[in-house]
Design a protein around this ligand. Sequence first.
Ligand SMILES: NC(=O)c1ccc[n+]([C@@H]2O[C@H](COP(=O)([O-])OP(=O)(O)OC[C@H]3O[C@@H](n4cnc5c(N)ncnc54)[C@H](OP(=O)(O)O)[C@@H]3O)[C@@H](O)[C@H]2O)c1
Length: 333
Amino acid sequence: MRAILFDEHGPIDGLRLGDFPDPVLEPGGCLVRVKAVSLNGFDPMVLRGIPGLKTPFPMIPGADIAGEIVEVGADVSAWRVGQRVAIQPNRPDGMMGETLRGGLCQFLFVPAEFLIAVPDAVGDIEAACLPTAYATAYRMLYTRGRIEAGEKVLILGASGGVGTAAIQLAKRAGCEVVAVTGSGAKVAKLAEIGADHVVDTSRTDYVDFIVETYGKPRTRGPSGGVDVCVNYSGGPTWAECLRAVRRGGRILTCGATAGYDPKTDLRYIWSFEHTILGSNGWTREEHVAMLDLIAAGEIVPVVDRVVPMGEIRAAMRDLAGRRVIGKVVLTVD
Ligand SMILES: NC(=O)c1ccc[n+]([C@@H]2O[C@H](COP(=O)([O-])OP(=O)(O)OC[C@H]3O[C@@H](n4cnc5c(N)ncnc54)[C@H](OP(=O)(O)O)[C@@H]3O)[C@@H](O)[C@H]2O)c1
């Protein structure tokens, strides 16, 4: 079969369209013809190499996969040929596209327990936008962060996959959203997705914007600032964002695009009684809940572009170069 492959950690030029052995149907699972796969912020990171994560070479990237069952193995009664499915990529033995081979190939063998039915109302492209960005945002904002109607939610790195999903989920919950981007070219689109305010950090300091708009966070008396800050950027933004959160506010994190060992400022955490909540991955139920929101028309995934998998190098370059808003979906023939 045809697959997108890389043979060692390195630059984006190392990605190639090549041949890979067809998967073998085994009892307890199904063969899936892959239709569409979306990229995530971690795909260029895995290609470059992430310390502590072991990549099986040759590696196939891609964690978010939609397809159709073409063969059903022995002992499988819950699934039938022709059924449209999504795949649960985070498994007890690793994560597809990270420490297990991913989905940018024509066929996959998938154990039945990792198959998820795609509702008729959800297209292949939409299904392939899940779960990494959308189900992660669902867990971070709803399950872990318990955001509530009327709360002010500040989202850093808002133009990415997790960020656009976070804007949509926070708006759906009735929150007021401040989206932060490093690019003026992304401002109009983030407002169109639903952000109430968009701060372009190439022109405006986002902490100044929060203080001017909602008042200064204070340890006594009425406090300004936002209720919730979503920060998976880390790096220099970590200590900075503490100055924008109200007394008793929450800081939610699921990653560290700009650095995992940032400087912090403990004075803010104790004196403002901030709660820092980590969020990692998602459950099968959260993946299904997101599919249901899309089927109900409550969320429409933000898709930057849909291109054939052979165009992965250009797509990956734009993703790594911050020239993408939302998801890039690759189609597989
Ligand atoms: N723990 C989990 O389960 C989990 C799941 C999914 C993702 N994550 C993590 O969450 C983060 C976001 O993922 P994603 O897929 O949404 O990534 P993405 O699509 O690449 O988006 C990240 C956004 O952050 C901004 N950004 C990029 N590099 C930056 C830098 N050096 N400093 C500050 N901002 C930067 C960019 O926005 P602008 O250009 O508009 O500023 C970009 O659109 C990643 O760190 C990822 O590893 C974790």
